[in-house]
Ligand binder design. Structure first.
Ligand code: AMP
Length: 281
């Protein structure tokens, strides 16, 4: 496994792979890897001759009052995990390497204005910009993203199509702890009481899944899920929504395929989760 810390080193390695006609899978991450990331690397390993993992805590996707400085980092542990999972390259640049003097950014419209985009202004602009840069540097055939960040996945798919990146964007299922909490690097922020409270998101999802059906008013589902969340004193709901799975715009009634995303603060930690539903017939 090789480690590239500059764009030029990564390009040199990628050029060698391209010359040999090898197809490339890319797994973009911010590091502090867990089994959720591992499942993306495993999927990439299965489907590509070469696998690149990027580890980059991307400053442009953090708001001024967010957790950029304290975001967890452990490169040695990440390196070992990537090696064990059979990755061929880690691209691990410094922020200056990626953004020195940068003035061009990638904006995406409507899809990024709702949900996490509304709660975190500029977040998806940062995500789209860094993913565009990674696509240009690594030139992957396929790129792997988690369904945990469902709005991000929809945005990256649309961006790759609209900007003709020629990259196949593949979504991978949410990996959970045994009590249902979605694995996340940010779970490390939770103290013991908060960690015990955090599976309330999953309980709300389970309840939602058990009652959702075609023709149901979205507000009825939202209220039911909010009731579950409200029963946990350490949890403060930011939003529960029912949106069209493609456009991320709210729906009134559940007719076609929908995404049901939620964002909840447990203590000061912001957790997100979701489930999808597609009515039969
Ligand atoms: P992050 O390092 O948090 O930016 O995540 C990097 C990638 O891993 C994103 O595509 C995430 O959606 C994905 N990911 C994070 N957590 C999970 C999880 N629990 N299950 C599946 N994918 C995940």
């Amino acid at each position: 496994m090789e480690i590239a810390r500059t764009v030029e080193e990564a390009r040199r390695i990628v050029r060698g792979w391209k010359k040999d006609g090898l197809d490339i899978g890319l797994v973009p991450t911010m590091g502090y890897l867990h089994e959720g990331h591992g499942s993306l690397i495993a999927a990439a390993r299965k489907e590509n001759a070469r696998v690149a993992v990027s580890i980059f805590v991307n400053p442009t996707q953090f708001g001024p009052n967010e957790d950029l400085a304290r975001y967890p980092r452990d490169f040695e542990r990440d390196r070992a995990l990537c090696e064990n999972m059979g990755a061929d390259l880690i691209f691990h640049p410094e922020p200056e390497e990626m953004y020195q003097g940068a003035q061009a950014f990638v904006d995406i419209g409507l899809l990024a204005d709702t949900l996490d985009g509304a709660a975190r202004p500029g977040h998806f602009r940062g995500v789209c910009t860094v993913v565009s840069k990674l696509f240009n540097i690594v030139q992957p055939d396929r790129a792997y993203f988690g369904e945990k960040d469902a709005q991000q996945l929809a945005i990256i798919k649309k961006m790759a199509f609209d900007l003709n990146f020629g990259v196949q964007v593949i979504g991978c299922p949410i990996v959970r702890e045994s009590d249902g909490l979605a694995k996340s690097s940010r779970n490390t922020y939770l103290n013991a009481a908060e960690r015990a409270a955090a599976p309330v998101l999953y309980r709300a999802i389970q309840h939602g899944k058990s009652i959702i059906k075609k023709g149901m008013p979205a507000q009825m589902l939202i209220s039911e899920m909010e009731k579950v969340l409200a029963a946990e004193p350490l949890a403060k709901t930011e939003y529960v929504a029912v949106v069209d799975a493609m456009t991320m715009q709210p729906v009134d009634t559940i007719e076609g395929a929908v995404l049901v995303p939620l964002a909840v603060r447990v203590g000061s930690t912001r957790l997100i989760d979701n489930f999808s539903f597609a009515p039969q017939g």
